[in-house]
Design a protein around this ligand. Structure first.
Ligand code: GLC
Length: 444
């Protein structure tokens, strides 16, 4: 079935090395902070994790029926884009091709794409148009792994990794042909859909029976990308030392600002609602909106971005459980987005009080105290005295009284853990009815 063309663009020279070192434009990225990841493919039909072909060691033959059943008749990317915009997301990243090898666009280099299924149409063009109309920037995810391509050598992650006869039969697969195939496809993706703001490669696993930059010919690939779209942001998963505009911790929260070789880097945590990236019908481990909003705040308080994933169904709709959570996040963002956009980690002279997170907007010179556990009547901020000119609750703009420690109180105050540089905020006894209350501090 698959028609694989391998002739093509090979870029091998010193210029590549130089070009591959160039950087993308992250200026908008570190302002916008919040994006949507979308994992969609044939695995959405199996509805039990995007690695299902690997986990159940399915052959191409066993997987083929999903290709012939692919028909997302409820697909309306405007609804997706609206849900993302309403949630306050400013960019999105769609899996143009995931590890299973199926392509959502009309690639000329394989028949294993959406136009050859009963659906018969490209899915990417209407999607990027719909998101752009909502003012949302466009990112494409491209899998380096390909469990369908006949030139992708079988390795420790391949679905048929334990099938000795198959491995023997397929031992002469030529990874160079596969690397050329990837360049062909990446060229299509970066020349057919207008400006692409993020390119999200996934992932390298060098070592025993694995694959890395040599297999992918990463330098050539990186140079090609940089030539086609110089400002594009590329992630750090090509196994190319020092390459990548963003670091991408996945499904965990870093404890501090992410560093590479001891230096702080631009980073983006990618997270799911429930564990699986692809639509998982029976997964019950869904995170509640409060926890998701705290994750967004926590990420920005450490100078990072959050890419929150949605796995649409095989019919082409967002899962209702995802829509509910996007709606709640949007409700909070409607009143609190200025404590996220354009914000970063607080300056070191403002230590973070317990059960809170701090975000800071250098342009506005304002600090945001995100209160994760509502304190009784007052919140004490050590080190803040004399540095704040005004304070208000962000959701309604209501003034928050501030007081320092008067000299005559100092003795008693010290015994109670206050110091003269402690600023105390007087808070209402009952917490505001917003998911995470925030106090906005106007700094002097
Ligand atoms: C992991 C998952 C992969 C997913 C990626 C997103 O690598 O295995 O399926 O696409 O994370 O970050």
């Amino acid at each position: 079935m698959a028609k694989q063309q391998t002739k093509g663009v090979v870029v091998k020279n010193a210029a590549d090395r130089l070009i591959a070192k160039l950087k993308g434009d992250t200026s908008w990225f570190v302002h916008d902070r919040f994006g949507m990841f979308i994992h969609w493919g044939l695995y959405s039909l199996l509805a039990r994790h995007e690695w299902v072909k690997n986990r159940e060691q399915l052959t191409d033959g066993q997987y083929e029926k999903y290709f012939h059943a692919f028909y997302p008749d409820l697909y309306n990317p405007r609804e997706w884009a609206r849900a993302a915009a309403q949630a306050g997301m400013k960019y999105f990243v769609i899996t143009a091709k995931h590890h299973e090898g199926f392509c959502l666009w009309d690639s000329k280099h394989t028949d294993y794409n959406a136009t050859q299924t009963p659906w018969g149409k490209d899915l990417i063009k209407p999607m990027v148009e719909a998101f752009r109309e909502e003012g949302i920037r466009v990112g494409l995810y491209y899998s380096l792994l390909d469990w369908h391509h006949p030139d992708f050598p079988v390795d420790r992650n391949h679905p048929q990794r334990e099938d000795k006869a198959f491995r023997e039969r397929e031992k002469n697969r030529d990874v160079r042909k596969y690397a050329a195939y990837m360049r062909h496809q990446v060229k299509e993706l970066l020349t057919q859909f207008g400006q692409i703001d993020v390119l999200w490669f996934d992932f390298s696993y060098p070592g025993e029976d694995g694959k890395g930059c040599k297999d992918w010919e990463s330098e050539e690939l990186a140079a090609l990308v940089r030539r086609l779209q110089p400002n594009i942001i590329v992630d750090d998963r090509l196994d190319l030392p020092g390459f990548g505009d963003i670091s991408t911790p996945e499904q965990f929260q870093p404890r501090t600002w992410v560093t590479r070789d001891g230096k702080r880097v631009t980073w983006e945590a990618c997270q799911t609602f429930s564990g699986s990236w692809g639509y998982h019908r029976d997964e019950q481990s869904w995170r509640d909106p409060g926890e998701l909003i705290r994750t967004l705040i926590d990420t920005v308080s450490k100078g990072g971005n959050l890419l929150l994933n949605v796995g649409p169904t095989a019919r082409g709709e967002f899962d209702g459980r995802a829509l509910e959570r996007l709606k709640s996040i949007g409700e909070w963002m409607r009143r609190h987005s200025r404590s996220i956009y354009g914000c970063t980690e607080a300056p070191p002279e403002f230590p973070c009080p317990r059960d809170c997170r701090l975000t800071y907007n250098p342009k506005l010179n304002r600090l945001y105290v995100h209160i994760f556990a509502w304190p009784y009547k007052q919140l004490s901020l050590d080190g803040f005295a004399g540095k704040v000119s005004y304070a208000q609750l962000l959701h309604d703009g209501s003034e928050v009284a501030m007081k320092g420690v008067a000299t005559w109180q100092l003795e008693a105050a010290k015994n109670a853990g206050f110091s003269e540089d402690t600023l105390t905020l007087t808070l209402p006894q009952t917490p505001p009815t917003v998911t995470i209350p925030v106090v906005e501090l106007f700094l002097k």
